[in-house]
Design a protein around this ligand. Structure first.
Ligand SMILES: NC(=O)c1ccc[n+]([C@@H]2O[C@H](COP(=O)([O-])OP(=O)(O)OC[C@H]3O[C@@H](n4cnc5c(N)ncnc54)[C@H](O)[C@@H]3O)[C@@H](O)[C@H]2O)c1
Length: 296
């Protein structure tokens, strides 16, 4: 992967598919760095909420001094039509972590875009080689695991598939440079590095709560106080979204057979109850009465 130091943001036009937790994070990061973004979702109401969320995240990024000085912000265009992506130089897929949904979206997105369009998946766990079989040009596909919040965490995990071309690695390097991100590149595997480690940890932390060994506060307090974890695994789960975690664990479990990746009953119950974490106001913690303190 090579950097292009004098890269101008205007050279990149982004399309982001999926306007949930990560679509809004990535859009805030990109527009905050001067890139224009077309944001696509199947649901108009989600897009209305997303526009508000992106403004809020940009305000938070500004407050945290996480945006480049003096660079005009990019624009955000929202649409429910997937063909809104056609003018983009890079398409970032950030839809739900369900392989069948990703398969359809990636196949359609790759058919709609011209050769030379960088195709990125922000998947948590689906192997890049598996996704390469779904698209028209597997050599232009790469995994970029943006962290949450994307505008605060500089490091990203880049996943190079077997088919990913050198030119694709150069293009993703140029984009990440324009976004002010740093990257570490890993080889392909289910969950890559971060989520092969993090997701079973969160699952095990939830299991300890399920078994009554400790409360969520105590588990997080021990991981923070003794091991230097910044937020604790269960606050992290609430930030990620427990629904997304359960889907991601299932993807991992199906592809690795690792019993540590089978989502525990407590996580499944929280999803069934609609307690998905911060995005629904309740998960392992209750955010409904502490909106300000718990933002973003
Ligand atoms: N949440 C995190 O902290 C986090 C971090 C890194 C990576 N990821 C990954 O990023 C991706 C998105 O996760 P998320 O947490 O934003 O999920 P989310 O559930 O918050 O949002 C997903 C969005 O995709 C939309 N969507 C579903 N089908 C669609 C389609 N066919 N076309 C367009 N939009 C569609 C949904 O309406 C929803 O708005 C997943 O692959 C996830 O594993 C999540």
């Amino acid at each position: 992967m090579t950097d292009t130091p004098n890269e101008q943001p205007a050279q990149h036009r982004l399309a982001v598919i999926g306007a949930g937790v990560m679509g809004t994070n990535i859009t805030a990061l990109a527009t905050g760095h001067g890139l224009d973004v077309t944001l696509v979702d199947v649901d108009e109401e989600t897009l209305t909420t997303a526009r508000r969320t992106i403004r809020h995240k940009l305000g938070h990024a500004q407050l945290m001094n996480a945006l480049p000085d003096g660079r005009p912000r990019g624009t955000v265009t929202t649409t429910t039509r997937l063909d809104g992506i056609t003018g983009a130089t890079t398409v970032i897929e950030a839809v739900v972590e369900i392989a069948e949904v990703k398969r359809k979206v990636l196949a359609e997105a790759s058919a709609l875009t011209a050769p030379g369009t960088l195709l990125i998946s922000n998947t948590s766990c689906v192997p890049v080689d598996e996704m390469a079989g779904w698209v028209v040009r597997g050599e232009e596909l790469v995994g970029v695991h943006f962290m949450n919040p994307s505008y605060l965490i500089k490091m990203v995990e880049v996943i190079r598939g077997t088919a990913t071309a050198d030119t694709t690695m150069d293009a993703v390097g140029s984009l990440l440079h324009a976004l002010g991100r740093e990257a570490l590149v890993v080889n392909d595997a289910p969950g890559f590095v971060i989520n092969r480690l993090l997701h079973p940890l969160i699952n095990r932390a939830a299991l300890l709560v399920q078994e009554g060994v400790a409360t969520a506060e105590t588990v997080d307090g021990l991981l923070e106080g003794c091991l230097g974890h910044t937020t604790g695994p269960l606050r992290t789960a609430d930030l990620i979204g427990i629904d997304n975690l359960v889907d991601s664990l299932q993807v991992l479990h199906e592809r690795t057979g690792d019993p540590e990746c089978a989502p525990c009953e407590l996580m499944l119950q929280k999803v069934a109850d609609g307690h998905h974490g911060r995005k629904t106001g309740r998960g392992f913690y209750d955010y409904r009465t502490a909106t300000k303190r718990n933002t973003p």
